[in-house]
Ligand binder design. Structure first.
Ligand SMILES: CC(C)(COP(=O)(O)OP(=O)(O)OC[C@H]1O[C@@H](n2cnc3c(N)ncnc32)[C@H](O)[C@@H]1OP(=O)(O)O)[C@@H](O)C(=O)NCCC(=O)NCCS
Length: 168
């Protein structure tokens, strides 16, 4: 059972079905939809909040929901690692909250969940996300060709970035 995590400015609170509406609203913002397309309320509930494989947190400033960060764990012993993703309300971009949320979750995954490696997969032209992950200590590993479907249905290349404990 996930518990609350406290960053320097933000709190990560385990998401509940009651958060689906607020998260759907943020996902409808064009700056977010560009990178997280096709998330209506039903899909947010099914794929995000209720997913058995994904642990989902809302990113909160006091009681205000300003985004979400999620992780998935690879359980196979010899390949064990976690990967994460996030989105933030555009009104809150540029204030360091995404960096704070990612760093807080990475620390939890390494120090509480005993992961030695964390991976992220931003689109190659998602400069903001790549900057955020780099600020936390993620390093670029290589291009994953045509990894992800875009908002217009075409395939886009993504950048595999990963972080080991000493990169933090
Ligand atoms: C990716 C995303 C979460 C990054 O959000 P962000 O607010 O740009 O990221 P950060 O929290 O790292 O903020 C960095 C900015 O805050 C500034 N900042 C202010 N205080 C700061 C602090 N204490 N620590 C770090 N940065 C701080 C930095 O200087 C930087 O400014 P800049 O934008 O002029 O370079 C956001 O752009 C987003 O939600 N995008 C849409 C969804 C998406 O792309 N998700 C990722 C898919 S892989």
């Amino acid at each position: 059972m996930a518990t609350r995590l406290h960053g320097a400015s933000v709190t990560l609170r385990p998401a509940t079905p009651a958060d689906a509406e607020a998260l759907t609203k943020i996902l409808a913002e064009p700056e977010v939809t560009q990178w997280w397309p096709r998330y209506d309320h039903a899909r947010v509930r099914d794929v995000l909040v209720d997913s058995p494989d994904t642990t989902v947190y809302v990113i909160a400033l006091d009681t205000e929901i300003i985004g979400s960060v999620q992780y998935v764990e690879e359980p196979a012993r010899d390949y064990r690692h976690a990967s994460l993703d996030l989105f933030l309300d555009p009104d809150q971009h540029g204030k360091g909250y995404a960096t704070d949320a990612v760093r807080t979750l990475v620390r939890h995954l390494i120090y509480d969940r005993s992961h030695h490696r964390i991976a992220v997969y931003p689109a190659v032209d998602n400069d903001r996300a790549i900057k955020t992950f780099s600020r936390v200590g993620f390093r670029s590993v290589g291009i994953m060709r045509q990894y992800e479907r875009t908002a217009d249905g075409t395939w886009q290349d993504c950048l595999l970035m990963d972080l080991l404990e000493h990169d933090l």
